[in-house]
Design a protein around this ligand. Structure first.
Ligand code: UD1
Ligand code: CA
Length: 467
């Protein structure tokens, strides 16, 4: 295959999205739209990609971060149509052939692109090939007009269609082309904005090339061409992408139940189970043999092997070790470091806290800015009082310590190794190793007093009822 550069058109205003964010930066399944087109190009052997942008810095940054120096950007300002964008992009192309894609067609697959590129190197090949597709509802797409013998003559945009016969054409232009760089440059230089939008249409090169040589239409799968122009197409593209991602994980040995939403950026180890209504987002990695039960939301986090996240556990920017068990309804806020074999139960919230190997906090607790030692046991209703209204302070619990239920640890404070905090204690000063901290009011019992108390309450209630 001769060397190939991709030009990806991504400078359009995307007015139909009604958003200040450039259209191609809108994400589906955790990646901006434009990343999918760039990646597809690299998957079929393109060496370098030129992305035509509107000059928005967030777009340039996100491309550089994801693809590094293989992607170059060039600004088209103002956006005067796809033909003008392609002309700007081609200025940076040095290879003999060029692949032109749109930044808003994320579902393009290597299968289609490989066939498209091959059309250019077939015996007696043409100088331009475009991907087409036959749709039941072609409205909105440019139509591929052919002569009686089936030779491609031109692409006509929806708004420029004239006769009922043209409206009836169901073969549409997918917006993906491969061609001889020199021929395309020439054709682009001659474009005129003589259409209903007054724009330079890339599609007009089809008519101009077909006058002197053959243009090949390569047909692809309808799903591959879906172009995102508005929010409902964005949602449609995302659903299709999520289905592909679920299938990919299923094929590599992950059980995926229901319509779990797994970002494209997520990795999952073999033999894990991702249950219904789970959302795995961002740079999340799930180990092997781990179960993520119904309704969990895991964002930018790493979960080890053989872990269990019971229903509705929420984990954000944190790590969870091998064999740990969380939930139901555990909430790990950013920078929680939950080590192997830890158990955290319902309504336990952590933030910026390390919970060391084998420690347990099974019910209703807040562990903020803490360090919990190995095998320590945190009783129900324990609160790390980490914030004094101005500053955050640290709570340190030693290994094998026991914190009785309903205790408050007023940070900064340290509970030593093997220490024991009695239930209901407010710990305000450090507890040495192996000590008992007992900080509650002494209880008194008045024997035989309960029936007297009841009789008094009954009499009071009766007195109230009398008129
Ligand atoms: C385009 C095609 C249409 C095809 C459809 C497939 C043209 C004239 N029409 O229509 O035949 O069926 O794609 O999805 O090409 N862009 C720029 N600069 C501009 C204008 C657009 O970079 O000045 C970029 C956009 O960011 C977008 C891509 O080009 O990624 C396509 O532009 P868009 O306006 O979405 O074209 P469609 O109307 O969808
Ligand atoms: Ca489009």
């Amino acid at each position: 295959m001769p060397q190939l550069t991709a030009v990806i058109l991504a400078a359009g205003l995307g007015t139909r999205m009604k958003s200040p964010l450039p259209k191609v930066m809108h994400p589906i399944a955790g990646r901006p739209l434009v990343h999918y087109a760039v990646r597809a190009a690299f998957q079929v052997g393109v060496e370098r990609a030129v992305v035509v942008t509107s000059g928005r810095p967030e777009l340039d940054e996100s491309l550089a971060q994801e693809f590094g120096e293989r992607v170059q950007t060039v600004v088209q300002d103002p956006p005067r149509g796809t033909g003008d964008a392609a002309r700007v992009g081609l200025e940076l192309v040095e290879t003999e052939q060029v692949l032109i894609l749109c930044g808003d067609t994320p579902l393009i697959r290597p299968e289609e692109l490989t066939r498209l590129i091959a059309a250019l190197s077939e015996p007696g090949a043409s100088e331009l090939a475009l991907l087409t597709c036959t749709l039941d509802a072609p409205h909105g797409y440019g139509r591929v007009l052919r002569d009686a013998a089936g030779v491609v003559l031109e692409v006509r945009e929806q708004r420029d269609l004239e006769s009922p016969a043209e409206h009836a054409v169901r073969e549409v232009n997918a917006g993906m082309y491969v061609g001889d760089t020199g021929v395309l440059r020439q054709a682009l230089a001659e474009l005129l904005p003589n259409n209903s939008q007054g724009e330079y249409y890339l599609t007009d090169v089809v008519a101009s090339v077909s006058r002197s040589s053959r243009v090949t239409g390569v047909s692809g799968h309808p799903e591959a061409l879906l172009g995102v122009n508005d929010r409902s197409q964005l949602a449609q593209a995302e659903e299709l992408m999520l289905e592909r991602i679920r299938t990919r994980h299923a094929q590599s040995g992950v059980t995926v139940r229901g319509a779990a939403r797994i970002d494209d950026t997520v990795e999952i180890g073999v033999d894990s189970v991702i249950d219904a209504c789970v959302c795995l987002r961002g740079k999340t990695r799930i180990g092997a043999r781990t179960v993520i039960d119904v309704g969990c939301v895991v964002t930018d986090s790493t979960i080890g092997d053989g872990a269990l996240l019971k229903p509705y556990t929420v984990v954000t920017s944190s790590t969870v070790g091998d064999g740990a068990q969380l939930g139901p309804f555990t909430h790990l806020r950013p920078d929680s470091q939950i080590e192997a074999d830890v158990h955290l139960g319902n309504f336990v919230e952590t933030k910026n806290t390390r919970v060391r190997r084998g420690a347990k906090a099974n019910h209703l607790s807040y562990l903020g800015d803490g360090d919990v030692g190995e095998r320590a046991n945190i009783g129900a209703g324990t609160i790390f009082c980490n914030y004094d209204g101005y500053n955050k302070h640290k709570t340190t619990i030693g290994a094998d310590a026991f914190i009785g239920s309903d205790s408050q640890l007023v940070a900064p404070v340290t509970v030593g190794r093997g220490a024991y905090v009695a239930s209901g204690t407010t710990v305000t000063s450090n507890v040495p190793d192996d000590s008992l901290a007992l900080g509650r009011i002494k209880q008194t019992n008045k024997e035989g007093y309960a029936p007297k108390l009841r009789a008094r309450f009954i009499a009071l209630k009766a007195a109230k009822k009398k008129p």
